[in-house]
Design a protein around this ligand. Structure first.
Ligand SMILES: Cc1ncc(COP(=O)(O)O)c(C=O)c1O
Length: 403
């Protein structure tokens, strides 16, 4: 089944520096199936028109198709279509939410984050805190990079935070967080809960009604879709109550030189011409994800992950960081005191594409007391051959470094 699916991803068969590509950077961005590539080019070749504007056929058809993807996405996340806002990506979504929620913050307010957050889920809150005097508190985690769940729940009860914003899965280490119980603990204090789903959207297919969060953000390009597109879910009444973020055409009701009135959510947060081809490409990505045998693929991904972890554990000097018991398939490791960049550069000469560095989680690296890691991030289209190639390339790389 995997070999059949791999055929759908043209780039997986590319030679990089004359080597077959072993792509292990899906946490940064996933590869795209041909159907997504086709949907984007089909739009420009045969369907191109602006949406929500013209009375002409092309525009009406583009609008229908564009809005149908909002329905598809709402179904994927199990929420209502009016609660979905299109944005440029998870970063843009978090900025919109932090900006919108600033109005309810003051110097008595606490914003709770975890040490695992991507900079995109730290900096917008820091800006909001600087504007309002609110305080940021970080949940506790072990020195190995695992959230201390019980202590985190206790801290939430103690702090009664105004906002809890936490990643569902860590991009740096792959840890899956039990966000549901953190959200449930926060309910007693009317805490507004924000889930960064950039890494969980594809791997975990979260049911947001069941998760019961107030906001959820994601990026299309981390779930087989095009870059430059993402979105957010917001519980309708709360979402609709947020002040506008960016302004301009499309998001208004009426404009005169004496004032402007705005539309309801989600349109009030969607000014200007949207990323139409991106949305249509993402529609094809959602079709792809909906049509594959998800349970079997999750099993395949997890088996690959365990195979990778057990092979790495056999290499003396390798240290794996994070929670290997609850993981979306990301292995972050260091080798003795060797620099992560040197290892990643040498691996690249074998066609092995990994990420090295701080992974936009500098506070996490500071917590772990390391400058960075080598990150191997898996997706369902990886196979055992990829892992075998990686392990033998790593062994040779280490031999070179030890010479
Ligand atoms: C957990 C997490 N949050 C947010 C982001 C930001 O996503 P984007 O760069 O697509 O806006 C990323 C990207 O790596 C991420 O992994």
């Amino acid at each position: 089944m995997i070999e059949q699916l791999r055929k759908d991803f043209p780039l997986l068969h590319k030679l990089v520096d004359e080597q077959p590509l072993c792509y292990f950077d899906s946490a940064a961005t996933t590869q795209k199936p041909q159907s997504v590539i086709d949907a984007v080019s089909h739009f420009y070749q045969l369907e191109n028109a602006n949406v929500h504007r013209g009375a002409h056929t092309l525009s009406a058809d583009a609008t229908t198709k564009y809005e149908a993807v909002r329905d598809k996405l709402a179904q994927y996340l199990n929420v209502h279509r009016s609660e979905i806002v299109w944005t440029k990506g998870a970063t843009d979504s978090l900025n919109l939410i932090a900006h919108g929620l600033s109005d309810m913050l003051n110097q008595d307010a606490v914003i709770v984050l975890s040490p695992f957050e991507h900079h995109a889920n730290i900096v917008p809150w820091q800006q909001a805190a600087a504007r309002t005097g609110a305080k940021i508190v970080v949940l506790p985690a072990s020195k190995e990079g695992v959230l201390d769940h019980n202590a985190s729940i206790k801290l939430i009860h103690k702090l009664k935070p105004a906002i809890l914003s936490i990643c569902h899965a860590s991009n740096a280490l792959g840890n899956i967080h039990d966000v549901k119980s953190l959200i449930d603990a926060s309910k007693a204090y009317s805490t507004i809960t924000v889930v960064d789903g950039a890494q969980s959207f594809m791997h975990l297919k979260p049911d947001l009604t069941q998760l019961d969060c107030d906001f959820f953000v994601f990026s299309a390009h981390k779930a087989l879709g095009p870059t430059g597109l993402g979105g957010l879910f917001g519980r309708f009444n709360l979402l609709n109550s947020l002040p506008v973020y960016q302004t301009g055409g499309e998001m208004i009701d009426t404009v005169s030189f004496s004032g402007t009135t705005f539309r309801q959510a989600p349109e009030k947060f969607e000014p200007g011409t949207p990323n139409i081809s991106g949305v249509l490409g993402f529609g094809a990505a959602l079709d792809y994800l909906n049509n594959i045998e998800r349970d079997a693929l999750i099993e395949h991904e997890y088996a690959l992950y365990q195979y990778l972890v057990s092979n790495l554990k056999n290499i003396a000097g390798v240290k794996i960081w994070g929670d290997t018991a609850h993981n979306i398939g990301v292995v972050s490791f260091t080798y003795k005191n060797e620099h992560h960049f040197d290892i990643a550069t040498l691996l690249n000469t074998y066609g092995v594409a990994v990420r090295s560095g701080h992974h936009c989680t500098q506070p996490l690296m500071a917590h772990l007391n390391i400058p960075g890691t080598i990150r191997v991030s898996l997706a369902f289209y990886n196979n055992q051959q990829d892992i075998d190639t990686f392990i033998s390339a790593l062994i040779e790389t280490i031999e070179m470094l030890e010479e």
